[in-house]
Design a protein around this ligand. Structure first.
Ligand SMILES: Nc1nc2c(ncn2[C@@H]2O[C@H](COP(=O)(O)OP(=O)(O)OP(=O)(O)O)[C@@H](O)[C@H]2O)c(=O)[nH]1
Ligand SMILES: [Mg+2]
Length: 604
């Protein structure tokens, strides 16, 4: 299926043409039929000569109903522009065309209707010239009469050719279904309709609805009047929602694949074409089927910041339209550059931001996003419309070209955190410096707490601190410190050296308490040396050199088993002060076992 929206001045024969092509009535309301004028969107479809299906979104031409028209064309990438042969190009012909241009619609057809009333030649020439100057470019033109049926076969063939040109939809992309109608069906509840431009919907799916805490559930699906279990883009769909009251949603809301869209009320955008210098401070932003008042803050020559009156699920690269509802005037198209822009608090921030925006073109750019954001979770980027790994790239209008040279994949640095490589390197260096500075200022502390580092480096997650730690640094017990004893503060290292020199040949003699004081080894210094593996602590103020445990086991194994404390003390040539805690430590480590009579054996 492909979907085409009509466009054109009031009374130029859009609905008549749709009716003649499909045999269906696009004017759904009695009031429309009574007044002979379309007020709201109409929907109809037919089979083309190729066997394919075309669905029409028929829009009103009257200037009062331009917002309805925009809700219809917003999600639709192709247009059937209708001009009456006897009236020619008119104000809403121009406004509708400006809207299509602003939205970047690149596929279309011109139908000059009422060709039974006047020579269609001049209207065709004028309209084609106007259209050629827009995103639609040169379009095929067909002269028709909705009254006599002349030209309809040619128009059907032209619709088939148009369908063949349209880019294939991303059927695996996330769903963003802009609601254009909602109503209640007795016995079924709330039903919404829309044009599914990408992705697929299935009965039973859970979808996200902006502003709702709970997901909504698809209870039933219809497309072209028939019940389906699944509908894939492109399609007109009617979605029956389970347990969602009718007043919870309506035109301008969107049903979304959960977790794939960022709801934003602040976007930086580029104005298309030659932006008017005097853009009003408040305008209406039209995107998808939504129309939201916005405040406009100029940034660069063609870039502005928009503050939306309510958040919308927007993606980088989205096309939208700004309109001045008071003046019945399309101010122009915009392309979304950033859906999570930084606040502009500091002096000069707006100018700096304008320079950044000058470099952006609305094409998702992973490397650029990482450079600007430095550190971000992959999920957050995906919700902005920036793919973080190889995958289907969103269908782009013809002018957008291929996605620029950017790494198609970024390796997370921790969890799902992605980092700009240069920033990550700098953070690593900063961490090393912070740990060294901390060690200088607190020489006896067992390293710098991970949380203190997280704060110093302004990191959002402890996990990132731990991922930044590289040898010789290591994380131990919530602190980051050098792993090697070489990192001992100089006086402690010297004291340990003295202990080694004095006690190296009497490995089971521990320095007396007053000797430790002489050496400058207080409890904190001993703690630092023990953590660095330079000393072994048996009890308060009882330390040996590392390796003493293994040596002791060797000596004790040479004794007749079991052995007493006194035998051990003599064999080790030491005192009770050392022997008692030493044996207890060996017991705890399972190297010796204490028997009921207090004798011990070496466990082999
Ligand atoms: N003679 C002749 N009359 C036509 C033709 N197409 C439409 N009309 C008449 O023109 C009038 C307007 O036609 P619609 O189809 O309602 O026009 P529209 O563009 O849908 O109008 P809006 O939806 O209100 O913008 C009706 O009276 C139609 O009967 C045509 O090809 N030939
Ligand atoms: Mg109509």
């Amino acid at each position: 299926m492909f979907v085409v929206a009509t466009a054109g001045h009031v009374d130029h024969g859009k609905s008549t043409l749709v009716r003649a092509l499909t045999g269906m009535e696009p004017d759904r309301w009695a009031e429309e039929r009574r007044r002979g004028m379309t007020i709201d969107l109409g929907f109809a479809w037919t089979t083309l000569p190729s066997g394919g299906t075309v669905a029409f979104v028929d829009v009103p031409g009257h200037e009062r109903f331009v917002p309805n028209m925009l809700a219809g064309v917003g999600p639709v990438p192709a247009a059937l522009i209708v001009v009456a042969a006897d009236e020619g190009w008119m104000p809403q012909s121009a406004e509708h065309l400006a809207a299509l241009d602003a939205l970047g619609v690149a596929y279309g057809l011109l139908a000059v209707t009422r060709a039974d009333l006047a020579d269609p030649g001049p209207a065709i020439a004028h309209a084609r010239a106007e259209i050629a100057a827009t995103s639609l470019g040169a379009v095929p033109a067909v002269a028709v009469s909705g009254l006599t049926g002349a030209g309809l076969p040619e128009l059907r063939a032209a619709l088939d050719r148009l369908a063949a040109q349209l880019p294939a939809p991303g059927v695996d992309d996330p769903v963003r279904l802009w609601v254009d109608r909602s109503f209640t069906v007795r016995g079924s509840g709330t039903v919404v309709t829309g044009t599914l431009g990408a992705g697929r919907l299935r009965v039973g799916d859970e979808l996200e609805l902006a502003g709702a805490d709970d997901p909504v559930r698809v209870r039933g699906l219809h497309s072209l009047g028939e019940a389906r279990t699944e509908a894939a883009a492109v399609a007109r769909v009617a979605v029956n929602l389970r347990g969602t009251p009718r007043d919870r949603l309506g035109r301008g809301d969107a049903l979304l694949t959960p977790g794939r869209f960022h709801h934003t009320d602040l976007v930086d955008v580029r104005l298309a074409g030659d932006p008017a210098a005097d853009l009003p401070a408040t305008l209406t932003l039209h995107v998808g089927s939504a129309a939201v008042p916005v405040r406009v803050r100029p940034l660069g020559p063609d870039t502005v910041r928009l503050r939306l009156a309510r958040p919308l699920p927007l993606l980088v690269g989205d096309r939208a339209l700004l309109r001045d509802p008071g003046r019945h005037h399309v101010s122009g198209g915009v392309r979304v550059l950033d859906v999570a822009p930084p606040p502009l608090a500091r002096r000069g921030a707006a100018a700096a931001r304008a320079r950044v925006l000058a470099e952006l073109d609305g094409r998702p750019d992973l490397a650029g996003e990482l450079r600007r954001r430095r550190l971000i979770q992959a999920g957050a980027l995906i919700r902005m419309g920036v793919p973080v790994q190889d995958g289907p790239v969103r269908a782009e209008p013809a002018d957008a070209g291929p996605v620029r040279d950017a790494p198609a994949y970024a390796e997370p640095v921790a969890g799902d955190w992605l980092a700009d490589p240069a920033h990550w390197r700098r953070l690593g260096e900063q961490l090393t410096e912070e740990v060294a500075r901390h060690a200088r200022e607190h020489p006896l502390a067992p390293g710098m707490p991970v949380d203190a580092l997280r704060q110093r480096l302004a990191l959002p997650d402890r996990m990132l601190v731990e991922a930044l730690v590289r040898p010789p640094l290591r994380v131990h017990a919530g602190r980051v410190a050098a792993a090697s004893p070489d990192a001992l503060p100089e006086p402690v290292a010297r004291a340990v050296q003295r202990v080694r020199a004095e006690y190296g040949d009497r490995p089971f003699r521990a320095p007396e308490a007053d000797r430790l004081v002489d050496l400058g080894l207080g409890p904190r210094e001993i703690g630092a040396a023990v953590r660095a593996g330079a000393l072994l602590r048996l009890a308060d103020n009882v330390v040996l050199l590392p390796g003493a445990l293994d040596d002791a086991v060797r000596v004790l194994a040479g004794l007749p088993q079991p052995f007493t404390l006194s035998a051990a003390r003599q064999a080790l040539d030491t005192t009770r002060r050392v022997a008692v805690p030493l044996l207890e430590l060996l017991d705890r480590r399972g190297a010796t076992r204490r028997l009921p009579d207090d004798a011990r054996v070496v466990v082999t």
